[in-house]
Design a protein around this ligand. Structure first.
Ligand code: TRP
Ligand code: SF4
Length: 404
């Protein structure tokens, strides 16, 4: 229902710096970002403040990881020519908006976000009974709303945070969207549409507000966006009026669900540092070789002459990602007839993993050897981000009556 085309839709997403990234991140989140950077106006940031909510006692991990994560992004193809890369704490507007939004966010909304209790249970050795941790999802809302993002690529575990963000935006617009003289400005704007369109608009409004007709909402929206002679302010007021709130100051973002990564860990569980089954993006080739050579296989293949079933083998999952169709056919035929040995089978996939790793490491090296280039990329990203966030904060503060 956006009134602007895709290339102007802003995409914002963040990642917490709590260690270097692995192949699971690459095949899940990062490949998706690499695609999105060419389709939308993308802002990707390192969420160091979010990392502090859980790792406030291990801040050295965060400090190192911020740069590791950025170099990881750059080496897999997140391209600063196509998107902006920045560090959350370097754009203090995130904190400012977080504080302002906290004034209108009921405490119970935060207490009932499922990740609050879940994470406290899961991360038992950390003391997460802090005000900052309770506020985690609201800080995320500030990250998103500061840029008026249209789309937010996140995993399923983050959907409740997006829902909170939408509720907070709605509440904000409801409380502060009705600027002085809102109704008379709305009336003037409707008049500018001409009699026929004005009538159609009011009909949509009635159908939506009285009957909850979502199609009418969409039609009304389209009608407003097609009016060439309306100012941006008029347009926003008419969208807001249509939806029954005031002017939309903070638009509600949509979640863009990240496709689940098909990349399992070395043991076929989900790849995760806590399971100790990862291969880091810039892992040393010898380590990768060792890890893959000692990877478990189909337990039925005790001896070389025992046939196996690829579907019961973690190595096969990796072949599905890394090997060509013909190599996959060779695995199927060779495994089920005991025609090939497991080491031989692994080697084909290992070669591909090492080939990819070589590219990542080579790219990374360029950035590692040139820290000022990385700093420059981040400085540019922070500046671009701040320019937008600053503007949003001006509007927010004006609406809240604290722009002195
Ligand atoms: N909470 C997110 C995660 O753990 C990271 C994050 C912080 C984020 N701020 C964000 C993601 C804003 C999207 C948008 O994955
Ligand atoms: Fe797994 Fe390959 Fe061995 Fe079959 S031959 S069990 S697919 S490693």
């Amino acid at each position: 229902m956006s009134s602007v085309s895709q290339e102007f839709t802003r995409v914002v997403s963040g990642m917490r710096p709590t260690g270097s990234l692995h192949l699971g991140h690459y095949h899940g989140v990062l490949k998706n970002w690499i695609k999105l950077q060419h389709e939308y106006q993308c802002f990707f940031f390192v969420a160091d403040l979010h990392a502090l909510t859980t790792h406030y006692e291990q801040t050295d991990v965060i400090e190192q990881s911020v740069w590791d994560v950025i170099i990881d992004w750059l080496s897999v193809g997140i391209n600063p020519g196509a998107c902006k890369i920045f560090i959350q704490s370097k754009v203090p507007e995130h904190c400012e908006l977080f504080t302002l939004l906290s004034m209108i966010t009921p405490q119970s909304w935060l207490e009932r976000v499922p990740t609050y209790k879940d994470q406290q249970e899961k991360l038992k050795d950390l003391d997460l009974a802090t005000y900052g941790f309770l506020g985690y999802p609201l800080l995320q809302s500030a990250d998103i709303l500061a840029y008026k993002a249209g789309l937010v690529p996140v995993g399923e575990d983050q959907l409740s945070h997006l829902e909170l963000t939408r509720e907070v935006a709605r509440r904000f617009n409801y409380l502060y969207g009705k600027d002085k003289g809102f109704q008379s400005k709305v009336d003037e704007a409707i008049e500018k549409m001409g009699r026929k369109n004005a009538k159609a608009y009011l009909k949509c409004l009635k159908a939506y507000q009285e009957g909850g007709d979502a199609d009418a909402l969409e039609t009304g929206h389209a009608l407003v966006s097609s009016q060439a002679n309306l100012s941006l302010g008029d347009r926003e007021r008419l969208y807001g009026y249509l939806e029954g709130s005031g002017k939309i100051i903070l638009p509600e973002p949509q979640a863009l669900l990240t496709p689940v990564s098909k990349m399992p860990g070395l043991d076929s569980q989900k790849m995760s540092k806590s399971y100790n089954n990862t291969i880091a993006l810039r892992e040393a080739p010898e380590v990768i070789t060792h890890k893959i050579k000692t990877m478990p296989t189909d337990p039925a293949r005790v001896r070389r002459q025992d046939p196996g079933t690829p579907e019961k083998c973690p190595v096969w999952e990796w072949h599905k990602i890394y090997s060509s169709t013909s190599a996959q056919e060779w695995v199927q035929a060779g495994c089920t007839t005991a025609g090939i040995g497991c080491l031989e089978c692994k080697q084909v996939m290992l070669d591909k993993v090492l080939e990819e790793n070589k590219v990542f490491r080579k790219q990374a090296e360029e950035y590692i050897n040139n820290p000022s280039l990385v700093k420059e990329i981040v400085r540019d990203g922070c500046e671009a981000a701040q320019n937008i966030a600053r503007e949003t904060l001006q509007e927010v503060k004006t609406a809240m009556g604290i722009k002195f």
